[in-house]
Design a protein around this ligand. Sequence first.
Ligand code: M6R
Length: 617
Amino acid sequence: MCGIVGYLGKKQASQVLLHGLERLEYRGYDSSGVAVVDEAGDIQVRKKEGRVAALRQEIQENPAQGQIGISHTRWATHGEPSDTNAHPHLDRSGKLALVHNGVIENYLQLRDRLAQDGHEFRSETDTEVLAHLIGTFYDGSDEADGQLRLVGAVREALAQVVGTYGIGVIHEDIPDFMVGARLGSPLVVGVGKTEKFLASDVGAIVSHTQEAIYLSDREIVLLKPDEISIETLEGDLADYEVSTVDFTPEQAEKGNFPHYMLKEIHEQPVSIENAFRGRLADSQASAVLGGLNLTPRELRDVDRIVLCGCGTALHAAMVGEYMIESLARIPVEVEVASEFRYRNPPLDKNTVVFVISQSGETIDTLAALREGQRKGHRVLGLVNSVGSTIARESDGGSYLHSGPEIGVAATKSFTSQVTVLALLALLLGRMRHLSVDYGQKMLAEIRELPKKVEQIINQSEAIRRIAVKYNEAPAMLFLGRQFNYATALEGALKMKEISYIFASGHASAELKHGVIALVSEEVPSVFIMPKDSVYEKNVSTLEEVKARKGPTIAITTEGNSELERIADEVIYIPECHETLNPILSVVPLQLLSYHFAVERGCDVDKPRNLAKSVTVE
Ligand code: M6R
């Protein structure tokens, strides 16, 4: 939530910053702003409510020229979206500018104290309080001394802060110098020869440099165009490593697709293949997940698994539960990360906790990871974003290798998460009682997935026609059983999130326990009902909806034409192993929600009120 970009070098800072903000808009899009130190040595601030495009327009009309600057795209927490509440914020002198991602929890106490000392605040934000607070500790005079004093002021102010932050700070008296710091909100430094970048995510800077340093919590970075120094909040020098970004600038672009979401749906044949590439062990009829950092002995001793995540990652975890219990016979619990972090579930020494996250920055999932570790458990991550906080703090795990996912609605990350969970289930199963024959069959089925997903994507136009027909629906139901129970939840989440149609997902048989009251001629029900062990049960439920005049859309296995006689619409998916079915059945649901959203004129990639990476509680 919220995106930060900073630049120091020889280019026009505002252009670099605007480009970076456009890449970070998925983190929030309520307002945006830049602060640049101009040629005369004065701070110039431009801020605008709404999308970065509005800020770009503002800067075109009212340029801010300079070679050092900070910028921000906001997801509002404290104070409504407005020009005034947009970042950057200035201190009392108007010479120090700050951008912030996170929440200053004790901002009211700090604000009251500063107000008593005569500080006047223009905005309702917690961030402006931090800018003023840093300003009170800064009394730099000459340039060299000024750098030390600014860092000292940041350090002293942060010592008084309760909450989370990723910040960038500049001061007009010290041109060519920037301070960044993080606690709980991501921050990365982009390394160029004579230029440096500060950003919430490498996506903002990857078109300028592939070299990045991921800051850790409680670190402060001191940046000059040709110099980097990283210290701890306590003032000790910190070691750092320069990593190479694992994707190209082109991968983070929309290409010829109208939306990132559609591009990412289409990327799934490749992203699924990337999730299993190099991890299928034919000679053992099993999978290899080396990054788990567990010996075969330790893997055999695992007697309970906890899977944690939020939103779509939570739904992937639910599929994982069914897979692992069915293939490996190990009890699995799925925990909503935000609940797990505050409750106290009993965990024994052979329990392994997995946290699942696309971004690797979701605050509740990160807190669940830390809670698990605090209790002495091994916590492993299934993460997409290389170098993210969860990836770095977990005790091991597996990357998804999906490439950047920019559309706010998670698509390819879900299918990759489920693919990796299938590999985990197979690995654990083969260490217990699964036969060689079964393992080989699973490997063959996994290899077939990309081709089958491609076949489903090719039906996009037929799915669009269904969306056109029902796009005025006031609400929708999504129903599935067993492996597709979680898929139903995921289908409903996608529909709500991007088309703003109220949708709810249920285990099909739950219909009769209350949900059926919602069935009417206006409310379509989507049934995920491949020809599996519960197919006949799903048919009965569909008939019950039909009997009450509810429109029905069925997703079923190719060749099963009998449904055309009962359901109003039928979408076919190729046959596959029951365990892997959600990887296929979710794809028509993604396309359905996409086309509904487009038909209804919604902003597919940036749905209202949302941000891709939820870094505040
Ligand atoms: O980055 P994460 O996987 O940790 O994100 C978790 C959720 O915020 C995310 O899946 C969210 O539910 C998606 N926007 C749903 O499409």
